[in-house]
Design a protein around this ligand. Structure first.
Ligand SMILES: C[S@@+](CC[C@H](N)C(=O)[O-])C[C@H]1O[C@@H](n2cnc3c(N)ncnc32)[C@H](O)[C@@H]1O
Length: 264
């Protein structure tokens, strides 16, 4: 069997695309679940030392940085960092890989955020490295917030139908473009699908976002909790995408889940 492709490298290439950076920089609002979590954890990040990982086009920066005591944002895509810098001149936004943030000292932060499923861009071993880094970088009592694709979501099986969907238009040019998009998606999907992995704990499969070019990691809430604990972090709460606490996993209604954890 050939070795599985390195999904962090594939996804880094996807996130370096200028068109995708522009797409991410157009997002200006928080997800409902983020509004709930940022309000619930306000005492943990306001006036505190905040690290924002995987900032993309800078969507979260403007919500957190003004009220943080200090704020640094990192991303492993230089294109994304440049895009976020253009949007937020004056903020400390740097190139950095969540798997090894050696430029920061142990316990340097009170609050770490890795929003919108950015942690799912790497494979199982690299994910453990990222969780270990979050644990190392937090001071005791510090908070880690991140989200992940939900392996238990009932819609996961609809990916191929989503990929093939064409929106017909009265305009022949628009309809032709819609068909061309399906071809691009199908090509992306077939490439990204080479990284497919399914185990009892997780799955790696092309994400419907980013035109199916990016293979992403999916896990359920119980496995996320286990991984946090393995990294020395205490799981506090899981939320669905509306911001409702998930009390009894598995949750099948939400395509992604947000997690709040604490360094004991
Ligand atoms: C889905 S985008 C989300 C962007 C932004 N957080 C938002 O919510 O709009 C994921 C981001 O995580 C970044 N990322 C993925 N893996 C990373 C890693 N190992 N280290 C740093 N950034 C990473 C990607 O480059 C990308 O910008």
């Amino acid at each position: 069997m050939p070795p599985s492709p390195d999904i962090a490298t594939i996804n880094q290439g996807v996130y370096e695309r200028p068109g995708l950076a522009r797409w991410y920089s157009d997002w200006t609002t928080l997800w409902p679940v983020e509004e709930v979590i940022f309000a619930a954890t306000a005492s943990q990040w306001q006036g505190a030392k905040v690290l924002d990982i995987g900032i993309g086009g800078g969507r979260t920066c403007g919500f957190i940085a003004p009220d943080a005591g200090s704020y640094v944002g990192v991303d492993y895509s230089r294109t994304m960092v440049a895009s976020a810098q253009a949007r937020h001149p004056g903020l400390d936004l740097r190139h950095g890989d969540a798997r090894g943030l050696t430029m920061f000292a142990d316990g340097a932060f009170d609050f770490i955020l890795f929003s919108f499923n950015g942690i799912d861009s790497v494979d199982d071993a690299d994910r453990a490295l990222i969780l270990a880094e979050a644990s190392r970088l937090l001071r005791p009592g510090g908070t880690f917030v991140f989200s992940s694709h939900n392996l238990d979501w009932s819609g996961n099986g609809r990916f191929v139908a989503d990929m093939l969907r064409v929106t017909l238009s009265p305009s022949p040019v628009r309809t032709a473009k819609a068909f061309a998009r399906v071809l691009v998606r199908a090509r992306n999907y077939l490439r990204a699908r080479k990284a497919y992995v399914r185990t009892e704990r997780y799955m790696i499969t092309p994400d419907a976002g980013d035109e199916f070019a990016a293979p992403h990691y999916y896990l359920g809430a119980a496995e996320a909790k286990r991984q946090l604990e393995a990294a020395g972090l205490e799981h506090l709460q899981t939320y669905d995408w509306t911001g409702t606490p998930v009390e009894a996993p598995p949750d099948t209604g939400s395509s992604s889940l947000y997690y709040v954890a604490r360094k004991p």
